[in-house]
Design a protein around this ligand. Structure first.
Ligand code: TLP
Length: 335
């Protein structure tokens, strides 16, 4: 039986065409700025997001943490949505490496400008300075929800007025782009830094980008070095990223359609699906998580529990429309 892996869009394997592009990539020592393929990827990313500069980093975690480090000082407060990846799933890096506290706002990954204004600490000795707002778009455990651009703009206005910096964890920014038709540069405009991943829905084996103005990116660059992320002949990985940006953005619409079909099928089987999928993730309710996990694993179907009674299924490059029907059939056998 074919293993159906719906744990995450991180599990994709490079396509034959992507592997071909990797094999023939020109390379050089990127610490000397001499890898032409990395340089091209960085130029393409900066252009796409209409920012002055972009930097190739090994992971989404490093992208977020390098950005948090340059926007803050130890002791500061960073505002973020509920269950932000940078808070829950980055090994405690924000506190361990930058010495900041993350304060969450709103629910389901979303919050509004009023919540930001209400949370900002007064400039008084008792309080830690609030210096950064981060927005996760789309959200990894709230069900791939898109953060509405109007709300982002209102948050950015409020944050700027109070002197806060803005960072977007856009690990799945291109899912938001494809779901809304709003170009990446419009999403990026309100932010000082934007991180996006090549290794999620875009299907590259590794790599993320941090984009922003030149002065900020010089500081991110030093932070990447400090974190051990200075890489050498990584043009082969950058080639995968370039291939992904060229060939795997529009096809995210297929993942979204597959997620919508999966949600409908799960409902037909009697599952409560919430929220309605907007992108490539489906969250569904299960009473007995352990029994469900065991029964699905026995049928070579992989899905992750993400909190009590809730499973996450993610569609991606290696999951076809037929695979979705197959997954529904296997779930039907255990439901
Ligand atoms: N998310 C992974 C897990 O770590 C939970 C997943 O399967 O969703 N930002 C967001 C919004 C993410 O979802 C992730 C990975 C990251 C950052 C970190 O990226 P990597 O894994 O490249 O460090």
């Amino acid at each position: 039986m074919k293993t159906l892996d719906l744990r995450s869009d991180t599990v994709t394997r490079p396509t034959p065409a992507m592997r071909d592009a990797m094999v023939v990539a020109e390379v050089g020592d990127d610490v000397y700025f001499e890898d032409p393929t990395v340089n091209r990827l960085q130029a393409v990313a900066a252009e796409l997001l209409d920012k002055q500069a972009a930097l190739f980093v090994p992971s989404g975690t490093m992208a977020n943490q390098a950005a948090i480090a340059v926007h803050t000082r130890p002791g500061d407060v960073v505002l973020a949505g509920e269950n932000a990846h940078a808070l829950l799933y980055e090994g405690g890096a924000a506190s361990a490496l930058s010495g900041v506290q993350i304060q969450t706002l709103g629910s389901g990954g979303l919050f509004d400008a009023g919540a930001v204004l209400a949370a900002i600490h007064p400039d008084e000795q008792h309080y830690a300075p609030t210096t950064l707002v981060t927005v996760e778009n789309t959200h990894n455990v709230a069900g791939g929800v898109v953060f509405p651009l109007d709300e982002i703009r209102a948050i950015a206005d409020a944050a700027r007025e109070r002197g806060l910096a803005l960072h977007m964890d856009g690990a799945r920014l291109f899912n938001a782009v494809v779901a809304t038709g709003i170009p990446a540069r419009e999403w990026a405009e309100p932010f000082d830094t934007i991180a996006f991943c090549l290794s999620k829905g875009l299907g590259a084996p590794v790599g993320s980008m941090v984009c922003g103005d030149e002065a900020t990116l010089r500081r991110v660059h030093r932070m990447r070095k400090r974190l051990g992320g200075g890489m050498r002949q990584v043009g082969m990985l950058a080639a995968a990223g370039l291939h992904a940006l060229e060939h795997h953005v529009a096809r995210l619409a297929d993942d979204h359609a597959n997620a919508t079909r999966l949600a409908a099928g799960l409902r037909e089987l009697g599952f409560r699906v919430e929220p309605e999928p907007e992108t490539n993730m489906v969250l569904f309710h299960v009473d007995d998580e352990m029994a469900f996990l065991r029964a699905t694993r026995e049928r070579d179907l992989l899905v992750n529990p993400i909190r009590a009674h809730t499973f996450r299924a993610v569609t991606h490059l290696d999951v076809s429309a037929e695979d979705v029907e197959d997954a529904l059939e296997r779930i039907g056998q255990v439901a």
